[in-house]
Design a protein around this ligand. Structure first.
Ligand SMILES: [Zn+2]
Ligand SMILES: [Zn+2]
Ligand SMILES: [Zn+2]
Length: 539
């Protein structure tokens, strides 16, 4: 598709922008526009694909190991990202500003022409200062606009995005916005072009309309601001999502969408309980979500407990009482469970779980993180309150897999993957081609494949288990699903296909002329064995 056509709205185009009714402010008024389907879509199709977002800003930690043009994360620890970032790729620092790094001359040239040539000299004198990513993004927007490097249409749409300035004034955060805007003006040398208020508005727009820049396997790299993507509204029951293929963002459908239906993505983790979702959306984007899920309140799976609050063990009631007395839980709106004394205790127990989760998320050292994650998982498990798929119990499990892998404890990481595959993925992501389900299945496949080569030594082999066949079974699943989740031509789907071909060739060489028959007979049994391989874990 030509780039032009991706931006237009109209009958023959895949989407158009119109007034949305989903976002309602405190006064009950509809705010902002939304993106609507221009024709019918099936699940697993793309609605918009573009060459790159308008502006991207890498997080401070990623500036040192990620190309600022094509977003190749060269030191990516994620099992997925190693696959489509060619081996041996390195990034080199821009000699001028010493801030951005590029993986090739070509990438550097593209960034230079897009606007870095005007920005580089401004950044030079402040090369040793840490500048927040939102400020860097706002600077780039102003500099490029000043030099005529943003198309009128994009600029006009960008300026149509809500600034939420009134909300910032109401919640007392406007002074900080003004301060950051002052820095943005100064560092970008654009005081002569844009007024103080305009810059504050643009900075606020960056804060409230930016989306997370991710790798194809959903590792966060920074933020991106794009006038088209910024118009997509939120739902906790989204029918679409954004996926990146290198620098190219696409909106893909999770469910079928009819012509003239609004397209929604989720700004937050939609698997969180109702009160947490509402409180996060209000705090960050100042709106009350009225999506189909939120209309049902705290009645869905995300909000279920294993037992009623009054059945909670006395030990946990006592712990909750102590917490309520000692800790500053605030009004604890995000953990609201109910009005009774036991429900308030339950809220405190949940507060503690999320507090532990946020703490481990901030922990850089994997050994230390593992300790904190295990404490958190034990808290959820031993309280007897958490279903296995309730947050943050499930999120702890994702993190233990990542951290166990990074310290080389592959057998535990694998067992946790098997447990997640069996009990959690189908619950949290019922759509089989949900991109997170696909990516997490891929992570499992690659761990299994690694263990297949080490089988005996790792002490994982048990009677009849063939790890390489289990890995193959998982890769087949991902190969099929990645066409829907990422698109058949995406780098991710292509690298999965490549892996599949390699594994097929290896298995044929190993099993001989009857390989196909042998495999199709063996795989169902291997699948059964795999499904039990996480069951020995206590939590
Ligand atoms: Zn690059
Ligand atoms: Zn530079
Ligand atoms: Zn909602």
């Amino acid at each position: 598709m030509e780039e032009e056509s991706k931006y237009h709205s109209g009958l023959s185009f895949p989407f158009y922008i119109a007034r949305s009714e989903i976002c309602v402010n405190a006064a009950g008024e509809c705010i902002g526009d939304g993106i609507f389907a221009g024709h019918d879509f099936d699940a697993g199709e793309h609605i918009i694909a573009m060459k790159r977002p308008l502006v991207v800003s890498l997080s401070t930690e990623r500036l040192v190991d990620t190309c600022a043009n094509c977003f190749a994360w060269t030191e990516g620890t994620s099992i997925g990202s190693r696959l489509y970032v060619p081996e041996g790729i390195k990034v080199q620092t821009c000699a001028g500003c010493k801030r951005f790094r590029y993986c090739s001359k070509q990438c550097q040239k593209e960034a230079w022409n897009r606007g870095h040539k005007h920005e580089c000299k401004n950044l030079r004198p402040i090369s040793n200062r840490e500048i927040p990513k939102a400020v860097l993004a706002a600077m780039e927007i102003l500099i490029r606009q000043k030099h005529g490097l943003i198309r009128d249409k994009d600029w006009e749409m960008l300026c149509r995005l809500d600034t939420h300035i009134d909300d910032f004034k109401r919640n007392g955060k406007y002074a900080e916005i003004e301060l950051m805007a002052m820095g943005t003006s100064q560092f970008s040398w654009t005081q002569d072009t844009f007024s103080k208020d305009f810059v504050a508005g643009m900075y606020a727009r960056v804060l409230t309309n930016s989306l997370t820049l991710i790798t194809p396997t959903f590792d966060p790299l920074g933020i991106m601001i794009d006038p088209t993507l910024g118009h997509i509204n939120h739902s906790c029951d989204p029918n679409a999502y954004i996926v990146l293929d290198g620098p190219e963002p696409a909106i893909r459908t999770l469910k079928p969408i009819n012509k003239d239906e609004e397209v929604y993505i989720s700004y937050i983790d939609p698997t969180n309980p109702y009160a947490r979702r509402q409180s996060e959306l209000k705090a960050r984007w100042s709106f009350t979500c009225k999506c189909t899920k939120c209309q049902k309140g705290a009645t869905l799976d995300e909000d279920k407990w294993l037992i009623r609050s009054e059945k909670m063990a006395q030990k946990y009631k006592d712990l909750a009482d102590a917490m309520i007395e000692l800790e500053d839980l605030g009004d604890n709106e995000a953990n609201y469970v109910g009005e009774s004394e036991d429900e308030k205790r339950l809220a405190a127990i949940q507060w503690k779980a999320f507090d532990m989760y946020e703490d481990e998320q901030q922990t850089v050292d994997p050994q230390e993180a593992i300790k904190k994650i295990e404490d958190g998982m034990r808290w959820c498990y031993q309280s007897g309150l958490w279903p296995i798929n309730r947050q943050p119990y499930a999120a702890f499990r994702d993190d233990i897999i990542v951290n166990m892998s990074s310290v080389g404890n592959y057998p535990i990481a694998f067992a946790q993957c098997a447990k997640r595959y069996k009990y959690i993925l189908p619950k949290l992501y019922p759509e089989i081609a949900h991109p997170l389900r696909v990516v997490q299945t891929w992570q499992t496949a690659m761990l299994t494949l690694y263990l297949a080569s080490e089988e005996g030594a790792m002490g994982i082999a048990q009677a009849g288990v063939d790890m390489s066949l289990i890995a193959y079974m998982l890769v087949i699943e991902v190969k099929f699903m990645s066409r829907l989740s990422h698109g058949a031509n995406s780098r991710f789907a292509k690298s999965v296909s490549k892996k599949f071909d390699e594994m097929t060739a290896e298995l044929h060489a190993k099993l001989g002329p009857n390989a196909e028959d042998l495999m199709s007979n063996a795989i169902p049994r291997q699948r059964e064995l795999f499904m039990e391989m996480g069951d020995w874990l206590q939590y």
